[in-house]
Design a protein around this ligand. Structure first.
Ligand code: IVH
Length: 666
């Protein structure tokens, strides 16, 4: 690894390389190296620029704005610039930061507030007279993209601040995606043939830039706030400021994730504690941020360029390991998507032995230039299985050859296809055993029918022995057939039969999930079960009925209607029922309430309810919520600044409820 740049040529080469990485990161949301690698390279560049200030190239990433404006969004100015933090991986540099602060403030004792460094994307929320005016991304620091409509999909962001607040304030924070949502999103994307996101941060940043807020809602973004743009609050310290932001109704990090530290030792102790807890956190962090606790000192300390002197980010180096790609095998997903997987020489990484890493798709392999026999770096990101981050070309065998996706499905040998605009290559054969196996595994999985003891190995054998080829066959299995499977004894056979039998009385939402309808994940399955309450009604629904449900987009509605239209699917559902599977309709709740059977449309901002909460209140009382006003609408619940739905309701003579009337009726 290069430790220092020596010549101007080396400097220009590295500058060019980093520019490429910036493009992949900011424009494509598809970085090909880890942050750690990037920071290490950038550090070399900065070092060279410090030593040769006369040679700084105007195109250097250190001189350029971080983020280009995004098409489709209006750019607006930040009240005060959004700066970025100085990053370090070294304890020594944290020590230097502390000394610098002491010196500049001419104080012997300075308190620091150490917090989590959330790994998401920065946001600035501007409130005027307590009302959310707009939400801007950092952009180039002075101007950001107006992503207000998308931010409003985060229910934790209040449209109106609570308590007493300044006339005008910009609250700064981080928008992030939880690991659970990120993993589910990536699994669905791969299954649907889309490029998976590299990590939760890229998926949060990418989601914020979607042009359809309906799609953003599904991404379930979250937010945590960590500061304000100017000293406008009565808080004296960073700790107090966070508590103040909380009283305005915005989420801040939990007190157990911050600490007041008095010296380097205490800061390192906090960093170590957080490092140990890191794997158990439901979201990703990439280090800690250390801030001077006294807010008045922030202004005194000022900034160097775009970097303030009051804080520093101490980042955790990712755990990496080097290993060899022994082979690249291809897995077939339930919808036929082929995924290349690297079989690795076993290596220890973050406490577990790693033998496989997903390579996602052919494009990814080409981009990273990976070949069988290569020595590669692997790293644990947000995904459960690690990813290959880089290849050591110096160790490449001379006779190695580029890898290509097979032209035939590795299981059924059908000729594979690639649809236009998709990165995924698919096996087009609906009877492919590989696809069937994956569909069965999905049917039995925890989030669907939850059939215990029915894992990959068992399903593989059941299919190979011709005992099961579709889900309904599971319900015909008996002890004698299970005893044919490797490792099965009477007890294990009985346990599996018991779990299969128990799944006959499943929840309707789980049954819908198990069918594996395109674009239908847990959330949509639950929504469908709640809306339709029984399978027959759902099976009869037309795309139009489905799209009227808030939370179901056109693409999903079409996929659902299409699925139930298919003769094979209807027959399989009938077989499952004949074999005793009885999806449990949800009981009608509070059926006698006046909301029972009524259809509501929500418009405008409600002061005391989030959209979710209002929807929940209606549904609990037997009502439905629809996304658009039609003759079938019974009530329109109108909050502040209602939109065109309000006008349409008036035109159609539909009863409009104010928030107060709604509360009273509840
Ligand atoms: S304070 C001058 N505190 O880290 C900037 N930033 O460049 C002050 N971040 O994307 C930022 N967690 O959004 C601060 N507890 C925290 C943070 C945090 C994450 C992000 C920030 C920005 C990057 C810093």
């Amino acid at each position: 690894m290069t430790l220092k740049l020596h010549t101007h040529r080396e400097y220009l080469e590295l500058m060019e390389e980093l520019t490429q990485h910036d493009k992949r990161y900011y424009d494509d949301n598809r970085p090909t190296i880890s942050d750690y690698e990037y920071d290490r390279k950038l550090h070399l560049l900065i070092q060279y620029e410090k030593e040769h200030p006369d040679q700084i190239d105007p195109n250097s990433p250190t001189q350029r704005v971080a983020e280009a404006p995004t098409e489709g969004f209006v750019q607006k100015a930040h009240k005060t610039p959004m700066l970025s933090l100085a990053n370090t991986y070294s304890e020594k540099e944290v020590e230097d930061f502390i000394h610098r602060v002491h010196k500049l403030l001419e104080k012997e004792k300075v308190d620091f507030c150490a917090e989590l460094k959330m790994d998401g994307t920065a946001i600035s929320l501007r409130y005027e007279k307590g009302k959310l005016l707009h939400a801007l991304t950092r952009g180039n620091g002075r101007m950001g993209d107006d992503v207000t409509a998308n931010i409003k999909t985060i229910h934790a962001v209040p449209l109106t601040l609570k308590g007493s607040f300044p006339e005008s304030v910009e609250i700064r924070g981080e928008v992030y995606m939880s690991l659970a949502i990120f993993r589910a999103l990536n699994a669905a994307r791969e299954e649907e043939g889309f490029e998976p996101f590299a990590n939760p941060r890229n998926s949060a940043a990418g989601s914020l830039k979607l042009l359809d807020p309906g799609e953003v809602t599904k991404r379930k973004l979250q937010i945590v706030c960590y500061g304000i743009s100017e000293d406008l609050s009565s808080a004296l310290t960073q700790g107090e400021l966070l508590e103040q932001i909380k009283t305005w109704g915005l989420p801040v990090s939990s007190p157990k994730h911050r600490a007041i530290c008095h010296d380097l030792k205490e800061i390192m102790h906090f960093a170590e504690k957080i490092h140990q807890e890191r794997d158990a956190l439901p979201f990703e962090i990439d280090g800690i941020v250390i801030k001077v606790n006294d807010l008045k000192a922030h202004a005194l300390l000022g900034a160097t360029g775009k970097i303030p002197r009051f804080a520093v980010a101490y980042k955790f180096a990712p755990e990496q390991a080097m290993t060899k790609i022994n082979d690249i095998v291809v897995q077939v997903g339930r919808s036929g998507v082929l995924t290349p997987v690297a079989e690795l020489a076993p290596v220890l990484l973050a406490g577990s032995t790693i033998t496989r890493a997903t390579l996602h798709n052919q494009e990814e392999i080409v981009r990273k230039d990976l070949r069988i026999g290569d020595w590669v770096w692997i790293e644990k990101g947000g995904d459960v299985i690690p990813k290959v981050t880089a290849v050591d070309l110096k160790k490449r065998a001379r006779d190695s050859k580029p890898w290509h996706m097979p032209e035939h499905c590795p299981i059924c040998k059908a000729v594979v296809i690639q649809q236009e605009g998709e990165v995924a290559v698919r096996c087009p054969n609906p009877h492919c055993v590989g696809q069937r196996m994956r569909s069965l595994l999905y049917f039995a999985s925890k989030q669907a029918m939850n059939i215990e003891h029915l894992g990959e190995k068992v399903i593989e054998q059941l299919v190979e022995k011709g005992l099961v080829s579709r889900a309904s066959d599971l319900y015909l299995l008996d002890e004698a057939s299970l005893l044919q499977l490797d490792g099965f004894k009477e007890k294990s056979a009985r346990n599996l039969l018991k779990s299969i039998a128990a799944s006959r009385q499943c929840l309707l939402s789980r049954f819908i999930m198990g069918l594996g309808i395109k674009y239908v994940g847990t959330e949509t399955a639950e929504l469908l079960a709640e809306e339709f309450r029984d399978l027959d009604t759902l099976m009869k629904a037309q795309a139009d009925d489905l799209v009227a449900i808030e939370g179901i987009g056109e693409k999903t509605a079409l996929a659902i209607a299409d699925y139930f239209h298919h003769k094979d699917h209807r027959e399989e559902i009938q077989r499952l029922r004949t074999h005793g599977v009885q999806p449990q309709p949800l009981k009608k709740k509070m059926a006698s309430h006046p909301f029972g059977g009524k259809t509501f449309v929500l418009t405008g901002a409600l002061a005391h309810y989030t959209r979710d909460k209002a929807t929940c209140c209606i549904k609990e009382r037997g009502g439905h919520v629809s996304g658009s006003v039609s003759k079938k609408t019974d009530y329109v619940l109108a909050g502040e600044d209602p939109g065109s739905k309000y006008d349409k309701a008036k035109k159609l003579g539909i009863q409009i409820l104010s928030e107060a009337e709604f509360t009273q009726m509840l």
